[in-house]
Design a protein around this ligand. Structure first.
Ligand code: SF4
Length: 365
């Protein structure tokens, strides 16, 4: 494994003030709709009973009367707005299972939305995901229910940082994880996901590659390739908290435990796990291998979402919680559809450059 870590100046948040201002202008062209009645009634109970059946293993009956009126109102409103909701695997079960049209990791979601006939996309996820949806769906209106839903990883690097890397390492290609802003994607050579990162790095046919922004993903890729990886110093605040010692403690208390770790975890955590892969690969592992007892070393809502659809597997749940993902709630999704806010707007020329980096990855297959 050959790994070098870059240490440059601290980065600034990547959502540009200009994009927010343009979004505010675009919002004025939509007609707000009146707020629906959000009472818990027998009609609401009957209309949402089939959805409660999906989540009854992870949402207690006493909580459902709070969620159900929003679930019904959102599902009704989606038809009025010709909208789809994309829910990342880390969204809470009432969003993931009851109002989402597409679920998955950020790239899966953006690609699925591109194939839909909807005019409006509501992103159940964080800001960089909504930007990726807009980059791949330039003709659709993309809304994020809370524009403050950021990401420690995406905000660890800016477009100016990428330009500084180019100057520091002339001729060395730069690979950006999809967990980056559109401005960063526009500056790099190609994007990668946690599932295809090794393939992307090796496709470039060079001895050295810069990987940004996740230093742990870079370490985990470097362990699987002879290409020298130059790593940026960003990290996911959720995954970097896991330790190998913690995993060993879970194993000691839960005999027969299968441990599946996300590659944003530190290398020492991946090394003591049975499998490592993207959120989509983790879900696929549980569906196909059906382990008797499993620990998903990732954000805590994912265990709830996989458990809701799984029988015969016991989930051991460490709860590392992403505060940014949890800014997206049913009330905020409802407000987003009623008022058509916050719209994600990206300069078309910048979006074209960002799309090139994403498309280059997609074209690898
Ligand atoms: S879980 Fe980590 S990478 Fe995902 S949005 Fe939260 S901080 Fe970002």
């Amino acid at each position: 494994m050959t790994l070098e870590t870059i240490d440059l100046a601290q980065a600034a948040p990547s959502v540009s003030a200009e994009a927010v201002a343009i979004g505010a202008h675009a919002r004025r062209s939509f007609q707000p709709l009146p707020r629906p009645d959000l009472s818990w009634t027998p009609a609401v109970e009957a209309a949402t009973a089939h959805l409660y059946a999906r989540v009854s293993k992870v949402i207690p009956p006493v909580e459902w009367p709070f969620h159900a009126p929003y679930v019904k109102a959102i599902n009704d409103l989606k038809k009025v707005r010709n909208a789809v909701i994309l829910a990342h695997n880390y969204q809470t079960p009432e969003i993931y299972n009851c109002v989402a049209d597409y679920v998955g990791d950020s790239l899966q979601l953006a690609k699925m939305a591109a194939a839909s006939e909807a005019d409006v996309i509501v992103q159940g996820g964080v800001h960089f995901m909504a930007e990726t949806s807009k980059v791949l769906n330039p003709a659709k209106t993309v809304l994020i229910p809370d524009s403050q839903a950021g990401c420690s990883l995406a905000e660890s690097i800016t477009a100016a940082d990428i330009r500084a890397l180019r100057a520091q390492y002339p001729g060395v290609p730069i690979v950006a994880y999809v967990n980056t802003s559109a401005e960063v994607k526009a500056e790099v050579d190609i994007c990668c996901t946690s599932s295809n990162a090794v393939k992307v790095v090796e496709s470039l046919g060079v001895e050295r590659v810069i990987m940004a922004p996740d230093r742990y993903l870079a370490e985990n890729v470097a362990a699987q390739t002879s290409v020298k990886i130059i790593a940026w110093h960003g990290a996911c605040e959720v995954h970097e908290r896991f330790t190998a010692e913690e995993i060993q403690t879970y194993r000691a208390h839960h005999p027969g435990l299968t441990v599946i770790a996300h590659p944003e975890c530190p290398r020492e955590v991946v090394e003591v796990s049975d499998f490592s892969g993207s959120t989509a690969a983790m879900i696929d592992y549980v569906r196909t291998k059906k382990p008797a007892r499993v620990l998903l070393v990732t954000e805590c809502s994912m265990s709830d979402n996989v458990a809701a659809e799984t029988t015969g597997t016991q989930f051991v749940r460490p709860c590392n919680f992403c505060p940014h993902m949890k800014r997206i709630t049913l009330p905020r999704i409802l407000d987003s559809l009623l008022e058509m806010r916050e719209e994600v707007v990206i300069d078309p020329a910048l979006a074209t450059r960002a799309r090139r980096s994403v498309q280059r990855m997609i074209d690898l297959g």
